[in-house]
Write a protein that binds this ligand. Structure first.
Ligand SMILES: NC(=O)c1ccc[n+]([C@@H]2O[C@H](COP(=O)([O-])OP(=O)(O)OC[C@H]3O[C@@H](n4cnc5c(N)ncnc54)[C@H](O)[C@@H]3O)[C@@H](O)[C@H]2O)c1
Length: 459
């Protein structure tokens, strides 16, 4: 959505924990969260957007921290307001207008779980209203919305968490630990996929039979997107349209890149290129169902330069293995939210000779001389590779990444800390490159990004 207020900050939002590792010495100030709550205080939440993820988020929030209470919800489909009361109690305050929720003094924190094109607006309104914010991924719908959200957060003194909860899983934490311990040497490549092969996975969610202009506040849904007549598909399957969603990159790459940034402590890529197309789901959507992007990461104080390849294929009729593979000079870490496999594999010092090699093409005399020299240069101990070692990690059964992510949010509220494991600086550093993946695909160009300043650049 177009920002209503262009308040781009000149400096860098240095509130992220990640920035502690940066070499930029830039002064910054974040207003401390003075209205801290004690761990015994009940945190009262409201959910704005009571659709599919609104339910998952609300339940994860409630189970994460004892004493958390849901007091209000907002949604634009009356059926969801009614259903929220059926599930969470008939005393729940429920409104079509999220501003009524923000105006309530009994709401401490809001969960923003709407279609992507509302994230920035509601986040800024909520922070201004003095609420702590948990905003779903991607943090913004467009790159030019990011810095103003960060600015609003910094000015608010409120805690903010972005919702790509997988980084709060035991498996992702283990991947980070192993990488930082040097288990795979210098990183050179990451690949991460999120493929699907079913209609619901391809975002064709069920549409309720009572959907109509009287049960759905369609005009409010459109916000500042182009005005179009009521269309239930646009409302209930908003991901299929760029006006409200962010395509497979914003929806799914964002989880992949968030995981990669968390594990590598990277600030982001410098060059982004995508290729893709609409292969199977030719149902009126204006976003691709197959997308491959290459993101080039520069060397930093925490990692070597590396390439990252992200892929989504919604028409993957083959086998689907959605995982992340981080490859280094001495092995690889392959992981999902639930498990991880570390493979340590190091080359011997001696290069070897023979087989499919030029050695046999030399005349006999030269071969003899070659072997003589080789034996001097590479004594036996340089010829053996260390045995390949595999180490498996299974996340404990009780590991609950979603609840952990909310726990981090609530604990920071209670501590009076504005930052979280996925604060807006981290959130934008993940969102912007994936939005750039879309830009590259639609405009058929390479996008250049400054991951430190969080701005697009010419080259
Ligand atoms: N973290 C995750 O793993 C994860 C998973 C799924 C979805 N999500 C994110 O959650 C968000 C919602 O996705 P969903 O699948 O629940 O969509 P959904 O369509 O099921 O629900 C979205 C709801 O938002 C409501 N809404 C839209 N604009 C609103 C406004 N201005 N005021 C009040 N309500 C409004 C709609 O009425 C709708 O019910 C998206 O940003 C998506 O990217 C995150």
């Amino acid at each position: 959505m177009k920002p209503t207020r262009r308040t781009f900050i000149k400096g860098i939002a240095a509130g992220s924990a990640l920035l502690a590792t940066e070499s930029i010495a830039r002064p910054f100030s974040i207003i401390p969260n003075l209205a801290r709550q004690s761990p015994n205080d009940k945190i009262r939440i409201a959910t704005i957007g009571m659709g599919i993820q609104g339910h998952y988020d609300t339940k994860a929030a409630l189970r994460s921290t004892p004493g958390t209470e849901l007091v209000a919800v907002a949604d634009l489909y009356d059926g969801r307001l009614k259903q929220a009361r059926e599930v969470f109690g008939k005393n729940l305050f429920a409104s079509r207008d999220y501003r009524e929720v923000l105006a309530r003094p009994d709401v401490d924190a809001v969960l923003i779980v709407t279609s992507d094109h509302w994230h920035d607006h509601i986040t800024k309104d909520a922070l201004k209203a003095g609420k702590h914010v948990y905003c779903e991924k991607p943090m913004v719908h467009r790159i030019d919305e990011g810095l103003s959200v960060i600015d609003a957060w910094k000015k608010s003194g409120k805690t903010m968490q972005v919702g790509s909860q997988r980084i709060s899983s035991a498996s992702f934490k283990e991947a980070k630990r192993l990488l930082e311990a040097g288990e795979i040497g210098e990183i050179n490549y990451i690949e991460s996929n999120n493929d699907r092969f079913n209609a619901i996975g391809a975002w064709n969610y069920s549409i309720p039979p009572d959907a109509s202009p009287s049960t759905v506040d369609f005009d409010r849904f459109l916000g500042d997107a182009p005005k179009v007549p009521f269309d239930a598909k646009r409302f209930f399957r908003w991901r299929n349209y760029r006006d409200y969603g962010t395509g497979v990159a914003g929806d799914l790459f964002v989880h992949l890149i968030t995981g990669a940034h968390f594990v590598t402590s990277s600030l982001g890529p410098e060059r982004i290129f995508s290729s893709g197309g609409l292969s199977y789901w030719k149902d009126g959507r204006d976003v691709p169902d197959v997308l491959v992007s290459v993101l080039e990461y520069p060397k930093t104080s925490t990692h070597a330069n590396f390439q990252m390849v992200l892929r989504v294929n919604f028409a993957n009729a083959g086998s689907i293995t959605n995982n992340t593979r981080i490859i280094g000079t001495e092995g690889q870490i392959e992981f999902t939210e639930n498990n991880l496999l570390l493979t340590k594999r190091k080359l011997p010092i001696a290069p070897g000779y023979g087989n499919y090699d030029s050695f046999f093409t030399f005349p006999e005399e030269v071969q003899k001389e070659f072997v003589k020299q080789y034996d001097v240069q590479y004594p036996p101990d340089t010829r053996k590779a260390a045995p390949v070692k595999e180490v498996r990690f299974e996340a404990p059964k009780e590991d609950d990444a979603h609840a952990n992510h909310f726990k981090d949010f609530f604990e920071n509220i209670q501590k009076g800390s504005v930052g979280t494991i996925e604060d807006p600086v981290f959130g934008f550093r993940a969102a912007a490159p994936v939005l750039a993946c879309n830009e590259s695909y639609f405009d058929k160009k390479v996008v250049y990004w400054d991951p430190v300043a969080m701005k697009k650049k010419k080259k």
